[in-house]
Design a protein around this ligand. Structure first.
Ligand code: PLP
Length: 433
């Protein structure tokens, strides 16, 4: 048996290049992070070889003595990391990632064509919360369920709770979803709970982006108000790529969430759990209970505030005016440029972030904003000072983009810059997460 370099130098070389890219760039994608060597070791271990359909003690395969031990440990650590009472909350650690976790919840508590309300994607929500355009039901969630998104009050960049309340009263959803991919503020959980109760809906929080901040108690606690909480494990939580679903143990609206959710995960939508991921997750969740983790999450928020402060000083418009969490959303439209071009220009300078739609955007393909996150570079040891410098670097990139847009033809450089400002340049478009 050979190591990777010997067995497959081609893949090894690609991994080496990616490693170098990660090492050299300023990683500012709000949903990314650098997980620890210990987590990577577990993920790269023999745990990947084992089939273990079912739950601990109730498997469809033999040889699961140690896998059971691992999954029980992971569940215990998950509940402890989020300060949950084992008698009141349960958790399923098998979801393969965030989108499957969400769909598993919908499968558990909804019937096909039941009504749901989540934050609209152009206003910061996630695809899996029911995104659709006027022409197309884009996400599976909107294909199998009837989705009526709620939105931000565009004048202040905050969730329009009054409108949500009015719409929910008419639409009468069975599920209301809190949580977002590009929202720089906390959700008002007490208000969302009140709205859900008034219409008899389940309340779910998808804390994928902020789960590390929740574990460290540096943002509001969704568990106090929600019936179900889903998350990815690889963003601010800094674990391996995966997902988790937390559920109340007492029945909610007559539904036994524990059995409904466990059954939706397996056999409903998944087969064998990814035990290597569960191993890595257990490692991550142990670390998430440490004082260092809390200090890290405090630094994530503090760095993000420093970044926001400097951007405002430089004259930028931030959606909602600032940030309470790990990300800022910059509205570039007042400068006459879009997020797609700025993303490309910064990429060339090894500054990695993503274009993002901002409230009021006309085009999702060429959105008017950029999203900047602090978790990854905080893991790399950056503090407020470096994040202030990052704001200055981004400012330079924006200036170059503005100049590029104004140039006509001429020298090679000018031709390049003209290309950068042409629609062809945007062909490599991708949906941000
Ligand atoms: N939920 C939210 C709020 C997200 O931001 C994301 C991804 O970025 C997901 C779910 C989906 O996670 P995954 O990409 O692991 O399916």
């Amino acid at each position: 048996d050979h190591g990777l370099s010997e067995a497959d130098p081609e893949v090894r070389a690609i991994i080496n290049k990616e490693k170098e890219r990660q090492f050299k760039s300023l990683e500012l994608i709000a949903s990314e992070n650098f997980t620890s060597r210990a987590v990577m070791e577990a993920v790269g271990s023999c745990l990947t070889n084992k089939y273990s359909e079912g739950l601990p003690g109730k498997r469809y395969y033999g040889g699961n003595e140690y896998i059971d031990e691992l999954e029980i440990l992971c569940q215990k650590r998950a509940l402890a990391a989020f300060h949950l009472d084992e008698n009141k909350w349960g958790v399923n650690v098998q979801p393969l990632s965030g989108s499957p976790a969400n769909f598993e919840v919908y499968t558990a508590i909804l019937n096909p064509h039941d009504r749901i309300m989540g934050l609209d994607l152009p206003h910061g929500g996630h695809l899996s919360h029911g995104f659709m355009t006027p022409k197309r039901r884009v996400s599976g969630t909107s294909i199998y369920f009837e989705s009526m998104p709620y939105r931000l009050d565009e004048s202040i960049g905050l969730v329009d709770y009054d409108m949500l309340e009015k719409t929910a009263t008419l639409f009468r959803p069975k599920l209301i979803i809190c949580g977002a991919s590009a929202y720089p503020r906390d959700f008002d959980y007490p208000r969302m709970r009140k709205i859900a109760d008034a219409v008899g809906a389940f309340l779910m929080m998808d804390m994928a982006h902020i789960s590390g901040l929740v574990a460290a108690s540096v943002v509001a606690d969704p568990f106090e108000y929600c019936d179900i909480v889903t998350t990815t494990t690889h963003k601010s939580l800094r674990g391996p790529r995966g997902g988790m679903i937390f559920f109340k143990k007492d029945p909610v609206l007559g539904v036994d969430l524990e059995s409904a959710i466990n059954n939706a995960v397996f056999p409903g939508l998944q087969g064998g759990p990814h035990n290597h991921t569960i191993g890595g997750l257990a490692v991550c969740l142990q670390h998430a209970q440490s004082p260092e983790f809390k200090a890290y999450q405090n630094q994530v928020v503090s760095n993000c505030r420093a970044l926001a402060r400097r951007l405002v000083e430089l004259g930028y418009t931030l959606v909602s005016g600032g940030s309470d969490n790990h990300l800022v959303l910059v509205d570039l439209r007042p400068l006459g440029i879009d997020g797609a071009r700025v993303e490309k220009i910064l990429d060339m300078a090894s500054i990695t972030l993503n274009k993002n739609s901002v409230p009021g955007d006309k085009s999702a393909l060429v959105p008017g904003g950029i999203r900047i996150g602090s978790p990854a570079m905080t893991t790399r040891g950056f503090t407020e000072k470096e994040f202030t410098a990052i704001a200055d670097f981004i400012h330079e990139g924006v200036q170059i983009t503005i100049e590029a847009k104004g140039l006509a033809s001429g020298s090679k450089v000018q031709e390049f810059l003209k290309f950068v400002s042409s629609p062809d340049f945007l062909l490599t478009d991708k949906v941000s997460n």
